[in-house]
Design a protein around this ligand. Structure first.
Ligand SMILES: Cc1cc2nc3c(=O)[nH]c(=O)nc-3n(C[C@H](O)[C@H](O)[C@H](O)COP(=O)(O)OP(=O)(O)OC[C@H]3O[C@@H](n4cnc5c(N)ncnc54)[C@H](O)[C@@H]3O)c2cc1C
Length: 287
């Protein structure tokens, strides 16, 4: 059994490795980070180049290819499946491999349900979430120079926030109702006062860029499981709920007392998100 794991996100790479370890057999990692410790063999690549990574994965003839759920991981997964003519399962939350066959659960119906699928190996899988943790290994390391791809990176700018939403105990989520990029500072102040981190709905993270893209919570972003989730100006569409349903307590702040998030929130504060932040900061003695 040979499993190749790749993700450009350290969080998803860890998840993919944890799942791969659960199969037994060899776990091969591909990363541009030398500090990946939870694989048996690590290919350290000199650049994140889609063409090159697709070539490298394809050349290893794995039984399972596991990637994460960020945009480039999904693109690479699709291209590897196309190149090797393999089946692909996306948004997978649990799976087991037995006798060259895999049974997996994937998110369906906009996060409101799960579908169980069976497939022969080899297969390409994108992981949406897992509770498994990888154990640390001492990988043998090989540096690989990927050949120049057809698409070249001509500029780089970090949009990563450095916050780990996946493990935060308190998350303040901002939605379109926060009003503007400037107003996100109130959510940030509140998160800081509570010792938490800020995330956002898809429009806010992926379209308006009010928070960095890696902070998107939901079906096509991160699944989080904090002890407390405060949703500021988030309507509560199923695609967002898919990312927060494992939160212990959900507090929603919305001007609309009938906002759909009501169905999933433990508490609904009817009011303006900024006023709420200011009042909370004042209560916490921060303003
Ligand atoms: C395939 C697919 C995948 C998707 N994946 C995701 C995903 O991963 N994550 C995600 O979040 N979405 C995702 N979406 C988008 C999702 O369907 C919704 O469009 C999105 O979640 C809505 O974001 P929002 O709640 O910020 O904005 P809106 O739906 O516009 O809601 C804004 C809310 O703010 C309230 N409001 C307005 N002003 C204030 C104020 N001053 N104070 C307090 N409240 C106020 C309004 O009453 C409203 O309820 C996906 C959609 C598709 C089709």
């Amino acid at each position: 059994m040979k499993t190749v794991v790749f993700s450009e996100s350290p969080v998803f790479l860890r998840m993919a490795a944890a799942v791969a370890q659960s199969f037994g057999g060899e776990v091969i990692g591909i990363s541009d980070n030398e500090n990946v410790k939870f694989v048996n063999k690590l290919y350290i690549i000199d650049k994140i180049d889609e063409d090159g990574i697709v070539d490298l994965i394809s050349s290893l003839s794995p039984d399972v290819i596991l990637t994460g759920n960020v945009r480039r991981d999904r693109a690479i997964a699709g291209r590897v499946a196309g190149r090797l003519k393999l089946p692909i399962a996306t948004d997978v939350v649990s799976l087991k491999v037995e006798d060259k066959k895999v049974t997996l659960n994937r998110v369906a119906y906009s996060g409101m349900g799960l579908v169980t699928l069976e497939s022969e190996l080899p297969i390409v899988i994108t992981i949406a979430n897992t509770q498994l943790q990888p154990k640390e290994l001492q990988p043998s390391v090989e540096k690989v120079q990927l050949k120049e791809g057809r698409v070249k990176i001509v500029g780089r700018k970090s949009t990563s926030s450095g916050v780990n939403l996946a493990t935060a105990d308190i998350v303040v989520g901002v939605g379109r109702g926060i009003g503007s990029k400037e107003n996100v500072k109130y959510a940030e102040e509140l998160a800081k006062a509570l010792g938490g981190a800020v995330g956002g709905s898809r429009p806010v993270a992926a379209e308006l860029n009010w928070v960095s893209e890696d902070r998107q919570i939901g079906l096509s972003g991160l699944r989080i499981r904090p002890k407390l989730y405060i949703a500021l100006g988030i309507s509560g569409q199923p695609q967002h709920i898919a990312g927060i349903r494992d939160s212990k307590i959900i507090v929603a702040v919305n001007i609309d007392k009938n906002a759909p998030i009501l169905e999933n929130a433990d508490y609904l504060v009817v009011g303006n998100a900024i006023d709420f932040c200011k009042a909370m900061l004042s209560k916490l003695g921060k303003k």
